[in-house]
Structures are given as C-alpha cells and as structure tokens.
Design a protein around this ligand. Sequence first.
Ligand SMILES: Nc1ncnc2c1ncn2[C@@H]1O[C@H](COP(=O)(O)OP(=O)(O)OP(=O)(O)O)[C@@H](O)[C@H]1O
Ligand SMILES: [Mg+2]
Length: 314
Amino acid sequence: MRVVAVMNYKGGVGKTTLTANLGAVAASRGLRVLLLDLDPQTNLTFSFFSIDDWHDRLKDNRTIRQWYHGEMPGREVSLADLVVTPERVNKVLTNTDGRLDLISSHLGLIEIDLQLAARLGGTTLAESKRKYLDLHGCLRSALEDSSFSQYDLVLIDCAPNFGLVTKTAIVASEHILVPAKADYLSTLGLDYLAGNCADLVEEFNDYVNHKPGTADHRPIDPSFLGVVFTMVQVYAQEVIFTQHGYIQEVRLNSRVPVLQSTIRNSPRHFGNSGESGVPAMLRTTGKDEIVREFDKLADEFLGALALASGDRSE
Ligand SMILES: Nc1ncnc2c1ncn2[C@@H]1O[C@H](COP(=O)(O)OP(=O)(O)OP(=O)(O)O)[C@@H](O)[C@H]1O
Ligand SMILES: [Mg+2]
C-alpha cells in the first residue's frame, strides 16, 4: 500500500480535481484505491456522493470528523468502519479489478483542527512530546491496520492549510504530490512549502529519537514526488509563454522536483466537477488531449510509486 498526500496550502490549485481523477484513473487500471477527504470543504466527498446521499447516509456517523473527535483520534470509532464505496463511480469500473473507496469529510472538521491543536502540550516535557507524537502520528498508526492492506493506493486530499489535520496526513504519507498553478505567487510558495514539510519531519523524528514515555513511533521520511502544474494554458499545442517561464524557473531553481506531466486548463471537462459522481476522466470518451495528459500523469505517478501495471505483474 502506498500512501500519498495531495497537498498545497495554496487554495484552488486543483488538489481535489487531481485526487478524484488520478484515483479514478488508477482504479480503472485495476488498482484498489482508497481516497481520504481531509478537507472540511468536503469537495472530494461531493465529487462522488450527492449532498442528499451524504446527509442521509454519511453525515452523522460515517465521516472522518467522528474519527478525529474525542480525547485522541480513533478512540471512539475505527478508521476502517468509515470506509464507504461510492456507487456511481464503481459502476463505471465493473470491467476492471480496480475499485474506488472513500472516507468522507465533514464541514465540522474545521473545529476539530482547533480542538486537536489545543490538546497538544502537557505538564512535563516527556508528556508533551508523547502527546505530540500520538496526535501527529495518529493517522499513520490507523492506516497500518491490516484492513487497509487490501488497498494498493491511498490518496489523501488535504485542506489548503498546514493545520494539525494536514500534518497528520503528511506524517502518514510516504509521498507528497503538490498540485500548483503556473503563476508568480503559486511558484513563489513552493520552496516555503517544502521547507515547512521538512521542519515537520525533523521535529517529528527528533521527538521519536528521544523516545518520550511509552509512545511507539518510527521516524518518517516522506518524499516529494513533485509538483504537478495544473490548469496550464495551452495555445496551439504549446504552454503559453509566461506560464512556461514559471514552470522552467521552478524546474531549474526550486528545491522541489517537478513532474514532466502537466494538466491543461479545461473548463469543459472540470467546470461541473462532482455533479455526476464520476470524475471527468472516466466520463470522457475518445482520446482527447486532456485524457492523454491524465494518462501520461498516471503513468508517471504510478511508475514513481512502482504501481504501474508492469511493476505489479512482476
Ligand atoms: N484542469 C482544470 N481545468 C479547468 N478547471 C479546473 C481544472 N482543475 C481544477 N479546475 C477547477 O478549479 C477549481 C479549483 O479546483 P479544485 O477544487 O480541484 O482545487 P483545490 O486545490 O482542491 O481547492 P481548495 O484549495 O479549495 O481545496 C474548481 O472549480 C475546479 O473545477
Ligand atoms: Mg480541494
């Protein structure tokens, strides 16, 4: 099982669209995929479930909010009990071995983030370090449960922030994928984002290495798979000049790697994201440019995770 956090604390850069479509394409290639919606905006969840369905079946007892709620995440409900199988997308996947499951989010997750942060600290240094590790490492520990070993890939859609819930996702992930727009402010923040992740890793590992109390955690080493440029403007088969410049600048001068694949701006495909419960890349017939781009991205992404079909048949 590979766990990948799709994160960027810049908002509206295509994290959710990428998570939904990449997860769907991976499932259509025969992988068992679990999507985890950690954003209180609940957009990934609503990309697969209608609002009515979510209200009737999920809102009260099957969202990640229940899991994070309480003294320590996971004490009141097990993560595995929150997994649901969205019907509409899985109907499209019937001719593969792949499937797509989801753990739904909840608007109330925004308060949970603050409550979790308030639980950090303790009367002694050892106690506060143990709480730090238990809270930051909670999602990682939960995903180690054997019920998740049935999945090939877990994709975590993070909120556009660097709050405690997002940090639990980074600690739980072996890899980080960073969707970004090719503009000045978006590219400016990428090194800063990588620096913040590196600080979190260093702090977590520092606490692990000092083994406070009874906490049982191992060091983490998430790798940056890279930046995926999304909503790229293409004109006459070329990325427009200014955006090409920003992408090159990050390729040459940033500490974060950049994936070869880019995803173009296509309101025609993504303008009504979520409405049908089936991500655009599974709805689109014919080989138009954006389907080819997503296929290429899936090749690159799954290849880097050793989950491409050639890797798995070995
Ligand atoms: N390649 C694309 N072409 C056109 N529109 C897109 C594309 N990707 C995403 N969008 C649209 O851009 C908007 C933002 O995308 P999305 O919700 O995926 O970003 P996000 O990073 O998850 O946002 P947030 O930070 O709020 O969670 C949405 O309306 C989505 O439909
Ligand atoms: Mg989002």
